[in-house]
Ligand binder design. Structure first.
Ligand code: TRP
Length: 343
């Protein structure tokens, strides 16, 4: 249950690290748009450029990826008037609160994070200090807005639990009830998009095979070809969801269809059950093209208007700071920092 003391507010972030794909769209962007459109929350969406640099980024690529991600948000349906759309580095309170949290969180907590262990690998000594502190910045992203709900993928669940631990320890250490305990809104299996080559692995921008994913910038022919060549088994589609249980590739394509069509899986199977993939795939390809083509066209239009993107981000940052500056000031007051006086 969320605490009535706090305004219902959604925060989520995506790293600007290039190559938006169907998994980002269905797993994140589309859900973000749905939460915006529900009207039950204030929504804040962020390109987490400060997180991106925890591993080396070519400055030119980072700048491009940030603008492209912003274009992707807008093209997918995020309205920069109804939502606050920002890049993290333009709202300095994220990094400032992260420093405070670096002093609240414990080394042991960070060291237990699966993502840290995976990304630092066998040579943790050579990893950046920022990579280690990554979850502390993420907690600051969320808590500097007093966000109550955070939609993320399953892989970020541990970081959200840590965010709650940091909020709870801060509240406890200073004897306040200042930071909310944020609710994770974990992506369901239905919106988790898997690789087109291997139904047990997530669709990923780092998969060496471009055939494994549909990029938001793919043209109609490319999308159709990738779907035609997507791995499947040789059985026809089942008529009930139960029949997908041990058929990860089939399940993935059906899930993608259902998500793109905004229809429950049962309805999709009621229509296609008993039919072979040779009939289903062209329909899926048509649907994917119909949904994605307008998005990639709008992304391309925005990318030709960098000034427009940059203005949207500056305006987002100004609106964000109306929320974040008072929260940071109040945090500083709680912990005993002397603040500004009018002179
Ligand atoms: N760590 C998240 C990811 O890799 C991105 C992220 C950063 C985020 N800050 C956040 C997500 C705050 C939700 C809320 O997917």
């Amino acid at each position: 249950m969320s605490d009535p003391k706090f305004t219902p507010r959604v925060f989520s972030g995506i790293q600007p690290s290039g190559n938006l794909h169907l998994g980002n769209y269905l797993g994140a962007l589309k859900r973000f748009v749905d939460m915006q459109d529900q009207g039950a929350f204030e929504t804040v969406y962020c390109m987490v450029d400060l997180h991106a640099i925890t591993v080396w980024q070519e400055p030119r690529d980072l700048r491009h990826a940030t603008r492209e991600l912003c274009a992707g948000f807008i093209a997918a349906g995020i309205d920069p008037e109804r939502s606050i759309l920002i890049n993290q580095s333009q709202v300095p309170e994220h990094a400032q609160l992260a420093w405070v949290f670096n002093c609240v969180a414990r080394m042991g907590w960070m060291g237990r994070m699966t993502q840290w262990k995976e990304k630092s690998g066998r040579n943790a000594e050579a990893a950046s200090l920022g990579l280690f502190a990554y979850p502390s910045l993420m907690a600051a992203d969320i808590l500097v807005y007093h966000a109550t709900h955070v939609p993320v993928g399953e892989d970020q669940k541990q970081h959200l639990e840590l965010t709650r631990d940091i909020a709870a320890k801060f509240n406890h250490d200073y004897g306040v009830d200042f930071f909310p305990l944020t609710e994770p809104v974990i992506e369901g299996a239905a919106t988790r998009v898997m690789s087109l080559r291997d139904g047990s692995r997530k669709m990923s921008k780092s998969d060496p095979s471009d055939q494994s994913r549909i990029n938001m910038s793919d043209d109609a022919d490319t999308i159709a070809r990738k779907i035609r060549r997507a791995r499947t088994d040789s059985e026809p589609l089942p008529s009930e969801a139960r029949g997908l249980e041990h058929r990860p590739e089939a399940r993935n394509l059906v899930n993608i269809y259902a998500a793109l069509a905004d229809r429950p899986v049962d309805r999709v199977l009621a229509e296609f059950g008993g039919r072979p993939f040779s009939e289903f795939k062209p329909q899926l390809a048509d649907l994917a093209v119909a949904r994605l083509a307008p998005i990639s066209a709008e992304m391309a239009r925005l990318m030709d208007n960098e000034d427009e993107i940059d203005r949207i981000l500056s305006r987002g940052a100004a609106r964000a700071r109306e929320i974040t500056a008072p929260v940071l000031r109040a945090t500083y007051d709680i912990i005993g920092m002397v603040g500004p006086k009018r002179i």
